[in-house]
Design a protein around this ligand. Sequence first.
Ligand code: ACO
Length: 435
Amino acid sequence: MQNETLSVTDNRTGRSYTLPLFQGSIRATDLRQIKVEPDDFGVMSYDPAYLNTACCQSSITYIDGDKGILLYRGYPIDVLAERNSFLEVAYLLLFGELPGPAALKVWEDDITHHTLVHENIKKFMDGFHHDAHPMGMLVSTLAALSTFYPAARHVKDHTERDLQVLRLVGKIPTIAAYAYRHSLGLPYVYPDNSLGYTQNFLNMLWKMTAPKYEGNPVLARALEVLFILHADHEQNCGTTAMRCVGSSLPDPYVTAAAAAAGLSGPLHGGANEEVLKMLDEIGSVDHIPAYIDAVKAGKFKLMGFGHRVYKNYDPRARIIKQTAEQVFAVTGRNAKLDIALELEKIALEDPYFIQRKLYPNVDFYSGIIYQAMGFSPDMFTVLFAIPRMVGWLAQWKEMLDDPEQKIARPRQIYTGRMPETAGVAPQVKNELVGV
Ligand code: ACO
């Protein structure tokens, strides 16, 4: 297209510059030519929290936040959630296309045969305090895997890289289940290779003394749908950590641990746990108006509402709401659902939320479903991390193969003291700079 440029005039010098536009963006480094003196550093862009900065080109996930659209590799999220298994979607995200029957069989076998963890991992996890948060256990154990697979540091070797992808996708449900069993003081359950991905996870969580455990198929499918919805969400905080940390080329275990740490915060994947605490605090439907008033007065945020990118209903929240009904048909209705539905209704009609385009996000209903399935709130973010591992790895692989990527190293605007204002005497100052 012609005229895909931006004209900039520097009012300090009167000079004009023509900057090429690419997909509606300028390259931040093109600003560096804009200088007053030849030896100036040049203009930078200042963007705390990356509100308006694209850090990569990606062909994995597309979001139109204004229209409420989410696509994985071009496929609408609702179509995938309705028709596909989690491992099919994982394959799609990691390799770019849905697998045919033969490729799917190999992929499922490969993942299944990497679910077991080294016995020393069990011992390592035994060392955690009895009330350790499962997310802390997950982050630490992911990092610890790095010490079991030293060859994983060869991240430019595609064979090694693909092997670690299988290990991480295969082992994360096992580690998550072990974290859960540890917090309950229950013996760990080994993976059962005859079960599918989510059924096996349920087995490792809930199996007691019976020789074989098979979870309720409705709950297993609901978990599968939740896993599909959480698998990737382009450049969120955790994924950005994956790309940023991965850019210095450490192995994927420590890199994924960094991403999981990013996910664990209450403003990100930790929000589902906070939603449950909030619903408990509200207690009943008639307390909602007072709670909403306190939110509007700025006392606290309505957890599970709002999103950096979605300024419309989060398409994942819509699907989760339907899944909740299917789960409650099996488990019985969770009283918190009534509070959540009423909260949503009031919030969606209130000018405060309408003006700020605050809609329920993916975390608003997921916690209620997880609790109905029998999970305690501190496991919710771990349940988010299992499928998100696929997104992290897909983005990590894409980053490693991107010829434009280098070690992530942002700039800053220094606002601190210089020696003159720090009160450093001239002779001391000279010593400091080695004169
Ligand atoms: N409740 C009440 N007010 C809110 C909320 C909320 N949940 N979220 C945003 N606002 C208000 C802000 O106070 C601000 O109001 P102001 O303009 O009067 O100052 C306005 O809406 C814009 O909010 P920002 O904080 O600028 O939005 P931002 O994009 O930085 O934050 C975030 C997005 C972090 C998700 C925020 O909406 C939030 O904290 N939500 C609650 C936590 C949550 O549910 N997180 C999960 C997100 S989904 C995920 O990570 C998987």
